[in-house]
Design a protein around this ligand. Structure first.
Ligand code: PMP
Length: 443
């Protein structure tokens, strides 16, 4: 039975090519396994063997604990020991698990309101709003900001949630080459004059959308130049700080902190609470009038359950640790450890002859594997060494620039990184990954 139903093609028939399905299967067999326990410095994978072509697996009840380079846990707050979990537990005891309604009805707890103030204060904006899901934040807020008479200008590598949300708004979308400020300015000039007298602006509003730190590339947006262009061309600037808030800048406040740029230069700061804070959900921060408008009109919060109370406890706990309000000194130590780990690993990989993408300070380090066939090979060999990594390839990357992304955390020690470097070196030699090895090339 191929799944055909009354002459119709099966629902999954267009899903993927045979080639991609086979590749997915081989990767899932290896790294995309169910896990148990807390994904902190170590992650525990359930062992399983592949039943090959039928896409099923057999588990034998055993597990493998691996050094974890695969989770977004920049500041180590995912760990189960310590006051973060205690805070979540306190919130369960006080509020339960569910607030039982959407924010627009009776689902707003005093803790939601307080948490929004704390988040706004942390990122340096007047007001903020929480969402239960980071993806859902982007998916729903664009419709509150722009409509079909507006233009969204988007970096070509923006996250799927941004692409989805901006399409849903009905705005016209134009793409510029990743981080290419010349291409962006050319597009701005075209869109603002568009054959009209120079003074005529054909769009009701222009919203420019970028990410702070690009997690597939390890690159950072050119915020200083964007701020200049914003003044010149008078667009609104939206920055998705999913990977930069909590992780970048001397005080962990994100890209503005990193570049020492006042947050008034960015109109909308969006972020997730999943990566640096060890929680779940997303937020959007801006002037109060903008947040009030989003609160009133967006579907993702008005028609959805409010953020779960223990999550609020976890956010408070992580944020207050970063600012030093609780456990003075610990937040700075975590930030410094993350910054050290990021540079140490990147430099080590470069010295060994690997091609890595991105800026020196990026806590995500993409290492080029090139061919898709090297993805399962690399993750399988890493797993043999009890190291968990994430490999990514087409369609998330171009076909010939498959990569492994090392996700750093302040919870990793120098000895952990030395172990990782030794393993990568050995595997790199085995499957010809280093620059000049004949197969690898920096194209
Ligand atoms: N924005 C960006 C840039 C992301 O990378 C992600 C997820 N990795 C999201 C939004 C969605 O966030 P979440 O995983 O918290 O739903």
């Amino acid at each position: 039975d191929l799944g055909e139903h009354d002459g119709y093609a099966p629902l999954y028939s267009d899903f993927d090519s045979f080639y991609i399905r086979r590749l997915q299967h081989r990767i899932r067999d290896c790294f995309s396994r169910p896990t148990v326990g807390v994904p902190g410095r170590y992650i525990t994978l359930i062992n399983r063997s592949s039943n090959d072509y039928n896409n099923t697996f057999t588990e034998d009840g055993t597990t493998t604990s691996c050094l974890n380079l695969s989770s977004y846990n920049y500041l180590g707050f995912a760990q189960s020991v310590g006051q973060c979990t205690d805070a979540a537990e306190d919130y369960i005891n006080e509020y339960g698990i569910s607030s039982g309604a959407s924010r627009a009805t009776t689902g707003t707890l005093d803790a939601h309101v307080l948490c929004e103030d704390v988040v706004a204060d942390f990122v340096g904006k007047e007001s903020s709003m929480l969402f239960s899901m980071g993806y859902g934040t982007n998916a729903s807020i664009f419709s509150s900001l722009v409509d079909k008479n507006c233009l969204v200008i988007s970096d070509e590598l923006n996250h799927a949630s941004i692409r989805f949300g901006s399409r849903l708004s009905g705005a016209v979308i134009k793409i510029f080459k990743h981080n290419d400020m010349h291409d962006l300015e050319k597009l701005l000039r075209e869109q603002i004059s568009q054959g009209q007298p120079r003074t005529h602006r054909p769009w009701k509003k222009i919203l420019l959308v970028v990410e702070g730190l690009y997690s597939m590339e390890g690159t950072m947006t050119n915020l200083p130049r964007l701020v200049e262009l914003r003044k010149k061309y008078k667009f609104y600037l939206f920055v998705d700080e999913a990977h930069s808030v909590g992780a970048m800048g001397p005080r962990g406040r994100g890209v503005c902190d990193y570049f020492s740029i006042d947050t008034s230069n960015v109109d909308i700061l969006m972020g997730t609470l999943t990566k640096s804070f060890g929680a779940t959900g997303g937020f959007v921060a801006a002037d109060k009038a903008i947040i009030d408008r989003i609160r009133l009109t967006n579907m993702g919060s008005n028609y959805a359950e409010a953020m779960s109370p223990p999550v609020l406890g976890q956010i408070f706990s992580s944020l207050k640790t970063i600012t030093g309000e609780i456990n003075p000194g610990e937040g700075d130590e975590r930030l410094q450890r993350l910054a050290f780990n990021s540079r140490y690993l990147r430099l080590g990989l470069k010295r060994l002859g690997f091609i890595v993408y991105g800026i020196d300070d990026s806590p995500i380090i993409p290492l080029l594997l090139y061919q898709p066939s090297k993805m399962p090979a690399f993750s399988r060999l890493m797993l043999e060494k009890k190291i968990a990594v994430v490999v990514v390839g087409y369609p998330a990357t171009p076909l010939t620039s498959s990569r492994v992304r090392f996700c750093l955390s302040s919870s990793l020690t120098k000895a952990d990184l030395d172990e990782l470097l030794a393993a990568t070196n050995e595997i790199g030699d085995k499957i010809c990954l280093k620059y000049g090895s004949g197969i690898a090339s920096d194209s």
